[in-house]
Design a protein around this ligand. Structure first.
Ligand SMILES: [Cu+2]
Length: 119
């Protein structure tokens, strides 16, 4: 009986150690200047933005890649960013450093639209 209780206690302590290790692992990771990579890739294909709407955290870099055979642009409605015409396989990146809702479109095909929500 007492042996079982001892073993259960040992299990509980073991679980606590694992939990603390996971927490310290995360903070040590951040302290080393290696925060989780905050990048989002959006492919432009078939006259559509592959991700129409997405929530990201402040500091996230979004990269758009044109997979179509015709040029597209990525233009912020609020004029925050404006890509040049992207040829096939060309990319455009923007880092969102403030919170807000940022709608964008392709100036060559204005019915192509997308939204980045930064929280
Ligand atoms: Cu377009």
């Amino acid at each position: 009986m007492s042996t079982l209780r001892t073993r259960l206690n040992a299990l509980a302590i073991g679980a606590a150690v694992v939990t603390m290790t996971a927490m310290y692992g995360t903070s040590a990771h951040a302290a080393q200047g290696n925060p989780p990579v905050k990048t989002v890739a959006i492919e432009i294909d078939n006259f559509k933005f592959g991700i129409v709407s997405i929530d990201v955290t402040v500091g996230t870099t979004v990269t758009w890649t044109n997979r179509d055979d015709v040029p597209h642009t990525v233009v912020s409605v609020k004029k925050l960013f404006k890509s040049p015409p992207l040829d096939t396989e060309e990319t455009f990146s923007y880092t969102f450093n403030e919170a807000g809702t940022f709608e964008y479109y392709c100036s060559l095909h204005p019915r192509m639209t997308g939204t980045i929500v930064v929280k």
